[in-house]
Design a protein around this ligand. Structure first.
Ligand code: GDP
Ligand code: ZN
Length: 458
């Protein structure tokens, strides 16, 4: 167990007015006390109280910054150790100086993720909760943050634990039958076992189904804007980015990073692909245009096809309309401010039930409608993240898939009339895989690997 005291800046430096330095460990309070000048010593402070004062250079006595200091005593803290948080006001230089002074006073600079690692090692959170903290830090929108939050609150852990208990019970039944064959319930046991396993497999499937939704919220919806040259693709890209720039998470304690390539459309993160040469010169040969669009479509979760209202439907338009057939797409008829030469009825007949939106990007009209259409498409079965358990972590997905195929093996084994002690092994494996999701029986190096993905100060 770690016994030293660690410190790091817990908020990004340089943005906004306040930066928080977090100190955790047995010496947290006494180390900060060496630098802190306030009404009274922090050593006398009650737990979970905030104190106003100054940070001073211990040798020179020179004031570094005006601060608020929060004292939280073990065990009711995130790390279950004594934690002190120093909120600095004065910008980059005082924060750096304060941190340096803390290190000089005996704290060690925390490694990325070390606070959360301590929380895990001290039993405050389990591994899936810890990983959800990583997701939280990286979450691109409020919704994504909510999914990560519900995971840190332990929903996934609870579900996994329930499933593991189901498996244990089933294994217990099985053991009775295998160890005492004279008990003679072989027939019944096989049927019971198959039913149980089908149920468990179904529950794992349900968790896996949420993975796609989790991925969308975490990584964004890959969005390709396609269309002939000059229809308004760049204008659309600009309109979307200007309205919705700067995706920022609002959860206290998470990094407030701005991710440029994402735009937030009503809580749904779109990741705009720079496709079909949107940013290149306009005189692309028609053939290349279609080929590029084809490529872009393959990666895209969402396609925005732009048509020109001022021109009749061109052969290339028809080909693009055909291409988007199997994809989630919105058709945008742009330049509605101009004299119409496009046969809208024909377009409608070609796109089936895909939404058709009319815009004039020049006059900034129709963008709201487009956003509404997009948010309708990605309401994701109207599941509210707050109610659902989402699996959004690649490691979890992988383990759940392994658990699922182990359970499937059991069912297949029973159907093939295999002896019960043979299928028992697969069931034990499923139990093991599920355990790895919540950090039961995880190898040491995996733990290190997971925690090294954290931002500093978390
Ligand atoms: P892209 O080649 O598909 O990327 O098209 P651009 O976005 O570069 O637009 C081509 C031209 O059409 C530019 O001169 C735009 O100003 C103009 N344009 C874009 N949207 C509209 C619109 O809604 N109405 C009109 N009249 N012109 C537009
Ligand atoms: Zn352009």
């Amino acid at each position: 167990m770690d016994t030293d005291t660690i410190a790091a800046v817990a908020t990004p430096v340089g943005e906004g007015g306040i930066a928080v330095i977090r100190v955790s460990g047995p010496e947290a309070i006494s180390i900060v006390d060496q630098l802190y000048k306030g009404k009274k010593k922090l050593a006398e402070a009650k737990t979970h109280t905030v104190h106003y004062g100054h940070i001073v250079e211990p040798q020179s006595g020179e004031r570094i910054d005006e601060v608020l200091v929060t004292v939280m005593r073990a065990p009711r803290t995130f790390t279950r150790e004594d934690v002190v948080e120093v909120s600095c006001h004065g910008g980059i230089i005082p924060v750096q100086k304060t941190l340096e002074a803390l290190l000089a006073a005996g704290a060690r600079l925390a490694e990325p993720g070390e606070f959360t690692k301590r929380a895990f090692l001290n039993g405050r959170i389990d591994l899936s909760q810890a990983e959800a903290v990583i997701d939280l830090i990286r979450a691109k929108t409020d919704r994504a943050a909510k999914i990560a939050l519900s995971q840190t609150e332990g929903r996934l852990s609870r579900l996994i634990n329930n499933l593991r208990n189901e498996i244990l019970e089933t294994l217990a039944h099985l053991a009775v039958n295998v160890d005492y064959p004279e008990y003679d319930a072989e027939e019944m046991t096989a049927q019971f076992l198959e039913e149980r396993c089908r149920y468990i497999a179904g529950e794992i499937d349900r968790l896996l189904n949420t993975a796609r939704q989790g991925k969308i919220y975490r990584e964004g919806i890959y969005t390709a804007i396609i269309g002939r040259p000059n229809v308004g693709k760049s204008s659309l890209m600009n309109a979307l980015t200007q309205e919705n720039k700067a995706i920022v998470t609002d959860i206290p304690g998470t990094t407030r990073d701005v991710i440029e390539e994402y735009v937030n459309v009503r809580g749904i993160p779109l990741r705009l692909l720079d496709t079909a040469g949107i940013r290149e010169t306009e005189d692309v040969v028609e053939r290349i245009g279609v080929e590029r669009s084809h490529k872009a479509l393959e990666q895209a979760d969402l396609v925005l096809l732009v048509l020109n209202f001022a021109e009749p439907l061109a052969e290339e338009d028809r080909r693009l309309l055909e291409l988007i057939g199997p994809h989630t797409a919105v058709v945008i008829v742009n330049k509605a401010d101009l004299q119409g030469r496009l046969d809208l009825d024909e377009v409608k007949s070609l796109i089936g039930d895909k939404p058709l939106i009319t815009t004039s990007l020049k006059e900034e009209r129709g963008i709201e409608d487009l956003e509404e259409a997009i948010s309708q498409l990605f309401r994701l079965g109207k599941v509210d993240a707050a109610d659902g358990t989402y699996v959004s972590n690649a490691r979890h997905i992988h383990l759940l898939e392994k658990a699922k195929s182990s359970v499937d093996e059991v069912v297949r084994g029973i159907e093939a009339g295999m002896p019960l002690d043979m299928v028992e092994i697969d069931l034990k494996n499923a139990w093991q895989y599920l355990g790895e999701v919540i950090g039961d029986a995880v190898a040491e190096d995996l733990i290190d690997q997971i925690f090294s993905q954290f931002c500093l100060g978390k």
